[in-house]
Design a binder for this molecule. Structure first.
Ligand SMILES: NC(=O)c1ccc[n+]([C@@H]2O[C@H](COP(=O)([O-])OP(=O)(O)OC[C@H]3O[C@@H](n4cnc5c(N)ncnc54)[C@H](O)[C@@H]3O)[C@@H](O)[C@H]2O)c1
Length: 367
């Protein structure tokens, strides 16, 4: 089907109805050429929070679908981490290597400001904390700023920490012990999170780390820091012999093709929306692969920026990230007891939490 035909069949309201999105805002700034979409999924728990992804989308439909999927993931991630925040996301259509400037992100800031705190933004793939220093000149509704600007700094640190904890919980479920010592872990994507994760794995004395990235400079950097890593080509990573596969690049890496290739016993990584479709989570369960639901495992970054909204405290933030381990154990237990895939168990946990909090009555607390 051509892109034009695809767009003719695409209904934005049908998409919003499917998962209950509240609002989509399209922003265009003539002076800078900024084209962005802000999707707000659910604000039952509080203002929507979610990073801003900058990507060269093939079609506008791809950009809208990404904003919808990612913002919904943020609702679930906020709820499962105990944050009093809802889910939102921005996508910026453009090339992050060419199209950025101070004015470009200031333009984004002006649009975020119009929402008066209903949506708070931050970094994601293709954007950096410095981009939000620029956006922050026009809005106070930004988090994930560098420490020298009063922010909590690089969120990848807490994300990688959380993935490491998630991996330990998943190892306990899959291998009966939460020590990663002696295991082989395949890491896809050696960006901000992937690089730090390899460091944690090294400290845990895993047997072998197999790595890949589409950018050679990232692979070389990791090889320099950890000479023992084994490097494979990007297309080879799914089929390598390993205990744990860790996707830390982009989403939809668990799909009809990769499932046939997987030789791992568990999947734990930072990438958002790892399952191309829900049914792939069912297929993983049938294959006996323990899947750590992405929005639970990768909540570290969200936990950090949510903490920044309260005045960042690193110790408190890491303590909250430690809970990723406990939450995953709870989800694995639900999955076993109810005989349902782990992604469904996580969704049930979150949806019941949102429903209960949504029904809370405001109580009179005196003057
Ligand atoms: N940074 C965070 O705090 C955070 C928090 C939650 C989720 N995530 C998610 O985790 C993932 C990694 O985040 P990041 O901050 O490290 O992003 P990043 O952009 O720094 O790194 C992504 C890396 O993946 C590589 N890559 C892309 N496609 C690839 C492919 N097909 N094969 C191999 N490598 C490929 C890129 O070259 C890059 O090095 C993203 O999906 C992001 O949305 C990040």
């Amino acid at each position: 089907m051509s892109n034009h035909e695809k767009q003719k069949n695409f209904s934005i309201f049908e998409e919003m109805e499917k998962y209950g999105h509240e609002q989509i805002i399209f922003n265009y700034d003539k002076a800078t050429g900024l084209k962005s979409i802000i999707a707000i999924h659910d604000t039952t728990l509080g203002p929507a929070l979610g990073g801003c992804r900058m990507w060269n989308y093939d079609t506008e439909e791809d950009a809208i679908v990404d904003a919808l999927r990612l913002s919904r993931g943020m609702t679930y991630k906020c709820a499962v981490s105990g944050a009093t925040l809802g889910g939102g996301k921005t996508v910026v259509i453009g090339n992050p290597r060419k199209d950025k400037s101070d004015e470009f992100f200031q333009a984004l800031g002006t649009f975020v400001e119009t929402l008066k705190g209903r949506y708070i933004t931050s970094t994601d793939v293709g954007t950096t904390s410095m981009d939000f220093v620029c956006a922050g000149k026009q809005t106070k509704y930004v988090v994930g700023l560098p420490e020298e600007y009063g922010g909590s700094g690089n969120t990848a640190i807490t994300t990688a920490y959380g993935i490491w904890k998630a991996m330990k919980a998943t190892a306990r479920e899959a291998f009966g012990t939460d020590s990663l010592e002696g295991l082989t872990v395949a890491v896809q994507g050696l960006g901000k999170v992937g690089q730090l994760l390899v460091g944690h794995l090294h400290d845990e004395k895993v047997r072998k780390v197999i790595v890949t990235d589409i950018f050679e400079e990232n692979v070389n950097k990791v090889k320099e820091m950890f000479p023992d890593v084994e490097i494979v080509k990007p297309e080879e990573i799914y089929g390598v012999e390993c205990d744990i596969f860790s996707p830390n690049a982009l989403g939809a890496v668990v799909n009809d093709h990769t499932i046939k290739e997987f030789k791992c016993k568990a999947i734990v990584g930072a990438a958002n929306n790892q399952l191309a479709e829900d049914r792939h989570g069912d297929m993983l369960q049938e294959k006996g692969i323990v899947y750590a639901p992405d929005y639970v495992a990768n909540a570290g970054g969200l936990i950090q920026v949510a903490d920044e909204l309260q005045g960042f405290n690193k110790e408190r933030c890491l303590k909250k990230a430690d809970l990723i381990y406990d939450t995953l154990l709870q989800i694995f237990e639900m999955s076993r007891e109810q005989k349902i895939p782990t992604y469904k168990a996580a969704d049930i946990l979150v949806e019941s939490k949102i429903e209960k909090i949504g029904k809370l009555q405001n109580k009179f607390i005196g003057n």
